[in-house]
Design a protein around this ligand. Structure first.
Ligand code: NAP
Length: 289
């Protein structure tokens, strides 16, 4: 990689940042596309405001924002993309005159991962497991792309109710239905898309899943687990055991990076190149499939 006076700098702000795969995504893209851009992670212990202002002063073109700053960074932006605004969380900043504009490529990336796998949201009845930050964002995405109905099942049902209230307030008719995990037998008795957005099943607790009962999985035609470590979660195994298709979340991670790269470089990354990067990510993670 050649670095000179014209090199564009992008990076990641978060805590921790040690295990990130983003440098692999962005630096490989720049190398293959011959773009003079360098991507580095920055550990920000606590002073996010100084970090963002400093990045702007240093002419840093773009930043990814990760845990724990995705919500906090919203107050430091010049402008926010409408979907990111509804979600209330931003993971990508792009420098413009007068300040950074914020986007949520976690969700546009998830949508692109769905498109690449042939998973449709529009008109679908969708089950979301979880009501944390990721689940809330997924619910916004599903409402944005016109799901027919959204069922949010969470251990803490009050949190599911809050997400439902927030999204339903923007609808003419109720769209989101909060439920406790144990109430799954009250779901419509038909095949649906299910997105697993809890942290249950994440390595090293790979044998765990939020709902064990196989009759729940009979209702799923497609299961998408946001978790990608391990690459074959217990949730995915249970979906497949009942005849459904199942995916892990590594493509979501890939496309959130691709979408950020496209914003910073005002370009479109070809699908064949996305696949090349994806193979590299799988290699890094030791995934064979
Ligand atoms: P979060 O805000 O901490 O939410 C965690 C969720 O998991 C909550 O719904 C919580 O339920 C539930 N949960 C935790 N422990 C549980 C247990 N023992 N039993 C039942 N439910 C439990 O986390 P998040 O940011 O939303 O992230 C959720 C997952 O998405 C993580 O695994 C993360 O790695 C993954 N993710 C993946 C990507 C990607 O690029 N692929 C991007 C973002 C996130 P309560 O509300 O009841 O506590």
């Amino acid at each position: 990689m050649k670095i000179d006076g014209k090199s564009k700098l992008c990076g990641l702000i978060g805590k921790p940042v040690e295990h990130t795969m983003s440098p692999l995504i962005h630096n490989t893209l720049s190398e293959i596309l011959g773009k003079n851009m360098v991507y580095v992670p920055f550990l920000v212990e606590e002073d996010l405001k100084s970090a963002v202002e400093g990045a702007y002063a240093l002419n840093i073109r773009g930043l990814n924002i990760t845990v724990p700053y995705k919500e906090k960074v919203v107050d430091l932006l010049k402008e926010i993309d409408p979907l990111a605004g509804q979600i209330g969380a931003v993971n990508t900043l792009c420098k413009t005159e007068g300040g950074y504009v914020g986007y949520n490529t976690d969700m546009t990336g998830l949508y692109r991962a769905f498109c690449s796998e042939g998973i449709k949201i529009q008109g679908e009845k969708v089950i979301i497991l979880g009501a944390g930050g990721a689940a809330r964002s997924v619910a916004c995405l599903c409402s944005h792309y016109k799901a027919a109905q959204i069922f949010i099942l969470n251990r803490n049902v009050e949190k599911a109710k809050l997400v439902a209230e927030e999204i339903n307030a923007l609808q003419e008719e109720p769209l989101v239905f909060p439920m406790a995990l144990e109430e799954f037998d009250q779901l419509p008795k038909e095949k649906m898309l299910c997105i697993q957005a809890t942290s249950v099943g994440l390595a090293p607790c790979e044998e765990r899943v939020v709902i064990e009962n196989q009759s729940f999985y009979e209702r799923i035609h497609t299961g998408y687990d946001l978790i990608y470590r391990p690459a074959n979660t217990r949730f995915m195994q249970l979906v497949k055991a009942q005849g459904g298709r199942a995916f892990h979340g590594l493509k979501m991670l890939l496309y959130q990076g691709i979408e950020a790269y496209e914003i910073w470089n005002e370009c479109r990354v070809e699908e064949s190149l996305c696949n090349t990067i994806y193979e590299k990510m799988k290699g890094e993670m030791g995934i064979e499939e």
